[in-house]
Design a protein around this ligand. Structure first.
Ligand code: IVH
Length: 678
């Protein structure tokens, strides 16, 4: 059949009616048509599109969910970097923030406007619209690169596939928070508990996990939602954040309705106090409020530090505290052999999740709390994530309780536990303790390490108990038949796991290093180490002095890395992993945002090594480091003959003395800024 212009018109009209109705329903929460009418129009459009597939466009409301699950997500570079926010926890920190940026402004402006927004506890995502059509949705990732999850983003009904504005600019970038409403979150966890899957710890993890689901049809069922809060237009069409939020809403986005334009810091503080009281009435989780200077010209003047905008701050809510009853006290053996006492409690709701275990940290803490089974305790979430016991309400202690004694032997392998003098941690030092291997394996397979999907705690236990694995390296020898012999494991899942294990051989050296689980080597330190020691041999041979000379690597980390490589079984593990073809050297992909940024800055410090010490009058250390690096210099942690300059601030100590003994040139912050023409 021929496509007539009348038919085209009909399809366009249906799409526009459906788009308007969707906007009214999902964004404005003010439906303009009956559900049945919407469904009828939707079906009409679907029928026309199936008859005339040539008429299908990517912004059609019928095209939100694709048919085929994605094989994987591609890593992509953000068009504009995503920054994080500096935190403040009280009013005095908020005032300090204000004083800091006021000092930095050129003019002496007396009054400022602040936009206050709720800080939504979800996952930041970046959306790209080309000529008004959604073409890309990317996770935050490390702020420089993220994963392309466009297919999943398209399922979110409050994200328009087409911007609702006349004459859209060629490129529009929108940032905001994808989140799961609390009712959806608890429904997902209920279902997961039925199928024996691990529960999501909180709505934030659930949202992040959902965004990384490979099957967009599952994502569509999970009912993710999205609040837009940042709009980047190519030309300077907007003057301030408040107008941007208004425009975002007009464009079709859901913008949080509780935003407020405040004229003073007192008003901001009031907004914070009000929402601290009301936040639990909201159907989604928030963890504070975000305060942004409204005026874009001021924002531009203030700019960014390496991590944060100077013109915004997150004012975080204090951790919540709730009482509950201790049912048992157990110990948990982690991957480093550390034995952590844990309280098992009557389940309670705490900051949006159900909590029934809380850490007691170590035996000193247990003794200090004198916590007993039957006690009523107050718990809270440390860093908003890990539940911990804050205090025992001894007045409510039942009669006949007994003081708790930490066990002397490991609950997993029965070997004697040790506690080195001067340390607070009790350890199992049996390197073949199943708990240590299990923890190491789970860590190795975790998302930020080798990212082996399908290898979680359950499978790790089965692999160890069936003697298939005695070391991480044994993973790379496993056959499909061996894995398929495990409980509840079909041939298909076994094949998937073998494939995922094989794929992990492509993961970077930095991930491998992080995966080894060396104490204090988290993913940031792993990256720093691999950048400075481009292969594992160089790292293994580094002295404590070499390690400490790296900026960001302190004494504890240096000691820990050094000791790790001295250990024979660790050396063997590295050899076995090398034989299995894992990456132990940096590849070609060393591109990094800072280098891009510095490309047009004169490299006056090329080849020069700096050490920073003491408190600088206005710059933070990482800001000074950034400036030096942008000008081609290198910043290291300790003074040596190779140091060219010492940037010294107030209260400089031993480094200054050492530098003077070695005759190294000293610079003040002011001299540095003058050299850089800043
Ligand atoms: S603005 C440069 N506004 O909080 C601007 N962030 O802790 C940076 N977040 O990564 C972000 N609600 O994921 C902004 N109204 C809001 C927000 C918000 C939640 C998240 C966002 C950010 C994190 C920083």
């Amino acid at each position: 059949m021929r496509v007539t212009s009348e038919l085209r018109g009909q399809v366009t009209q249906l799409r526009s009616q459906l788009q308007k109705a969707g906007y009214a329903y999902y964004v404005l929460d003010n439906p303009i048509m009956e559900d049945a009418v919407y469904d009828r129009l939707y079906r009409q459009l679907q029928e026309l599109e199936s008859q005339y597939p040539g008429l299908i466009t990517s912004d059609s409301p019928t095209q939100r969910v694709g048919e085929e699950p994605a094989a994987q997500f591609n890593s992509v570079k953000h068009n504009i970097a995503l920054y994080s926010l500096e935190n403040a926890f009280n009013q005095s920190e908020l005032s300090k923030w204000e004083q800091k940026w006021r000092r930095q402004l050129e003019e002496d402006i007396v009054e400022f406007e602040y936009v206050c927004e709720l800080k939504i506890d979800g996952s930041a995502i970046a959306l790209t619209y080309e000529n008004g059509i959604l073409t890309r949705g990317v996770t935050r990732g490390d702020g420089i690169t993220g994963e392309d999850i466009t297919q999943n983003i398209r399922t979110i009904k409050t994200i328009p596939l087409k911007l609702n504005i006349e004459d859209p600019p060629p490129i529009v970038e929108v940032r905001g928070e994808a989140f799961l409403p609390l009712d959806v979150f608890s429904m997902i966890n209920q279902e997961r508990s039925k199928t024996g899957e691990n529960l999501f710890a909180n709505p934030r993890n659930a949202a992040a996990g959902t965004l990384r689901q490979l099957d967009a049809r599952i994502v569509a069922k999970r009912k993710l939602n999205f609040f837009g809060y940042t709009l980047h237009l190519p030309e300077e069409r907007l003057d301030n954040q408040w107008d941007s939020l208004e425009l975002l809403q007009k464009m079709g986005f859901l913008v949080n309705p509780h935003r407020k334009l405040c004229q003073s810091l007192e008003e901001v503080a009031q907004y914070f106090t009000d929402w601290d009281g009301k936040r639990h009435d909201l159907p989604y989780m928030t963890d504070g409020v975000v305060v942004k200077l409204n005026n874009y010209a001021l924002q531009k003047q203030l700019g960014f530090t390496q991590k944060f905008p100077r013109w915004a701050i997150a004012l975080k809510y204090p951790a919540e505290e709730v009482p509950t009853i201790v049912k048992d006290i157990i110990v948990n053996v982690g991957r480093t052999g550390a034995v952590t006492p844990m309280a098992i409690m009557e389940p309670v709701q705490l900051a949006g999740t159900t909590v029934q275990r809380a850490t007691l940290h170590n035996s000193d803490r247990v003794a200090q709390l004198d916590i007993r089974v039957g006690d009523t305790v107050v718990i809270r979430k440390a860093g908003e994530i890990i539940p911990e016991v804050l205090r025992v309400i001894t007045d409510l202690r039942p009669a006949q309780t007994v003081a708790y004694q930490m066990p002397n032997s490991c609950p997993e392998c029965n070997s004697q536990l040790t506690r080195p003098p001067g340390e607070s941690v009790t350890r199992c030092v049996n390197s073949s303790c199943p708990a240590i291997l299990r923890g190491s394996l789970v860590h190795w397979a975790s998302r930020d390490a080798l990212d082996i999907r399908g290898l979680g705690e359950r499978i790790a236990i089965l692999l160890i108990n069936s003697n298939l694995i005695k070391s991480i390296a044994d993973l790379y020898q496993l056959s499909v038949t061996e894995i398929a012999s495990l409980e509840r494991m079909g041939d298909k899942s076994a094949q998937n796991l073998v494939d995922a294990i094989a794929e992990s051989k492509q993961q970077s050296y930095a991930r491998v290093l992080y995966g080894l689980g060396i104490r204090y080597v988290g993913n940031v330190n792993a990256k720093i180490l691999t950048e400075n020691f481009p292969d594992i041999e160089k790292l293994a041979q580094a002295s404590i002095y070499d390690l400490e000379a790296v900026y960001g690597i302190g004494e504890e980390i240096a000691q820990s890395v050094f000791q790790w490589f001295k250990n024979n079984s660790n050396q063997e593990l590295v050899k076995a992993l090398q034989a299995a073809d894992l990456q132990f050297a940096t590849g070609s992909d060393t591109s990094n945002f800072d280098h891009d940024q510095s490309s047009n800055i004169t490299q006056i410090f090329s080849g020069k090594t700096f050490v920073i010490t003491g408190t600088l009058p206005s710059l933070k250390r990482n800001e000074a480091k950034e400036l030096i690096e942008q000008a081609g210099g290198k910043v290291t942690g300790s003074v040596s003959k190779r140091t060219d300059y010492l940037l010294a601030g107030e209260n400089a100590g031993s480094k200054l003395i050492k530098a003077r003994n070695l005759g190294i040139s000293e610079l003040t912050e002011q001299q540095l800024l003058e050299l850089l023409n800043k």
